[in-house]
Design a protein around this ligand. Sequence first.
Ligand SMILES: NC(=O)c1ccc[n+]([C@@H]2O[C@H](COP(=O)([O-])OP(=O)(O)OC[C@H]3O[C@@H](n4cnc5c(N)ncnc54)[C@H](O)[C@@H]3O)[C@@H](O)[C@H]2O)c1
Length: 319
Amino acid sequence: MSKYLITGGAGFIGSTLANRVAKENEVVIVDDLSMGDKENISGLGEKDNLRFIEGSVTDQSLMTGLLQEEQFDYIYHLAAIASVADSVARPVETHVVNFESVLSLLELCRKHQKSLKRLIFASSAAVYGDEPTLPKQEESVIRPLTPYAVDKFAAERYVLNHCHLYGVPTSAVRFFNVYGPNQNPKSPYSGVLSILTDRYEKLLNGKDSSFTVFGDGQQTRDFVFVEDVVDALLLISDSQAALGNVYNVGTGEATSLNQVLDIYRDFLDTEISVEYTAGREGDIPRSYADVDRLKGLGFEPKFDVKTGIQAYLKQTLNR
Ligand SMILES: NC(=O)c1ccc[n+]([C@@H]2O[C@H](COP(=O)([O-])OP(=O)(O)OC[C@H]3O[C@@H](n4cnc5c(N)ncnc54)[C@H](O)[C@@H]3O)[C@@H](O)[C@H]2O)c1
């Protein structure tokens, strides 16, 4: 049995990870519930060795106390204000969570976590910005265009340097477009598939519902199913080769929004009304990952975009 700390563990990716590992391990979650929901981990109880701490990763005394008292085998730092738009609106506030909490955590690990096997930090494909070369390789040009992306990149570098300079065992991941159950559709900037699923749910329940596409729908993304993301995290956690390294986490395939709409229509046998409006400023037209580095560790995604969306809809809409 190992001991895990998952910050942001009530959120989308964190709760999926917690649900996977809590059956056989001890898990501590720190989440301020600003975006996450305890419901996401409600299937876990005391018997699963889960300890939930409602608090902020920016709370120095909380985090210091926790890392002084407990020795973790694995730490996943997923807590963040994951909205790019929010970071543009509130760069100072989001910086405290998205950057400062990471550096503090690294320092606490350096001082107190002597038996840590791995700390993994969640960075983002946003660090590549709008530089057009595809697919994105880990060594591609980095052009972070928003406070969110700048913080992710700076934090990621500190994370990797703490391995090289001080021997803290770290790795970082750059998630592409993750989708799956428990993704919160409430913000207009949430993952596009969670919004589309939410609109379809309303439609299937007999309510008026439509979906807005910004631009012509030909923009592409690398959509990766959350269970594959958890596989990647667990693989990296135990790989010696991954120490001090950063990994793209995607499928290596580009899918357009229009293709996604077709997959939903065909699987649900229902067509939602789609409104095409002007593209959003700053939206990147095409993006997908080169995942050769991750595959070099033995990763193979189990879901392509079609089977992943089908699994997602089966679970979320009971189809
Ligand atoms: N979902 C994606 O496609 C994607 C893509 C790239 C990077 N990421 C990164 O992956 C991580 C997880 O993302 P997610 O999609 O699960 O988002 P999410 O919003 O569902 O999860 C983030 C969690 O962090 C919590 N949180 C926010 N501020 C906090 C604070 N100060 N203290 C404690 N908890 C706090 C939120 O309540 C939420 O539960 C984030 O770091 C995000 O930036 C996600």
